[in-house]
Design a protein. Structure first.
Length: 186
């Protein structure tokens, strides 16, 4: 049962980040935009049972809960803390689970896989740590030609600055290694 070590605000005023003493997962992200998506995840399903919860995102030792803006965080934080505390801590993952989580996007040519690996290294070093510190993350959905499709997760998913300024910043940064790249958020 993960204990909550700390609760932090995020740049998205509708999201709170709960930092835990024990991990919920080992490197695998879980992101849900609605109760239907979360139905097979007991923690996320329990959080969506709470009024005003609109997004649940977690990885390792933190979880971000986003609300619709209709609740006071002081009250809502107490309510969402119960299912978080009741959730089981992560068990050691099998090699197969880790391999599945880190596998390459299927169908890419070796050249495009190398390009995507280089892009992900830059994102891992220059972008993801900052998004994660704010309670969110960025998932690469695909690379087709010069179009990189990404999906913001957690607090970043509904934050206006991630869809505009951050996306442009990521595109400009990636153009230092891929001059013609276009980054699109889905």
């Amino acid at each position: 049962m993960p204990k909550i070590a700390e609760i932090e605000g995020t740049p998205n005023r509708n999201a709170l980040k709960f930092i835990l003493k024990e991990p919920l997962t080992w490197g695998m992200t879980c992101s849900y935009d609605n109760a239907e998506q979360a139905k097979d995840d007991p923690l996320a399903a329990a959080l969506f049972d709470i009024d005003h919860v609109t997004n649940v995102f977690y990885v390792d030792r933190w979880i971000t809960v986003t609300q619709d803006g209709g609740a006071d965080w002081q009250d809502l934080a107490r309510e969402v803390a119960d299912p978080i505390r009741a959730a089981p801590a992560a068990d050691a993952q099998s090699a197969a689970t880790v391999a599945a989580a880190t596998s390459a996007i299927a169908g890419l040519s070796p050249e495009d896989q190398q390009r995507l690996d280089t892009i992900n290294i830059m994102l891992d070093e220059e972008v993801r740590p900052y998004l994660q510190s704010d309670g969110g993350d960025l998932h690469v959905l695909g690379l087709e030609g010069n179009k990189l499709s990404v999906h913001y997760q957690g607090a970043c998913g509904t934050c206006p600055s991630s869809i505009s300024g951050t996306l442009r910043g990521i595109q400009n940064m990636l153009r230092s290694i891929e001059p013609d790249i276009e980054v699109v958020a889905l």
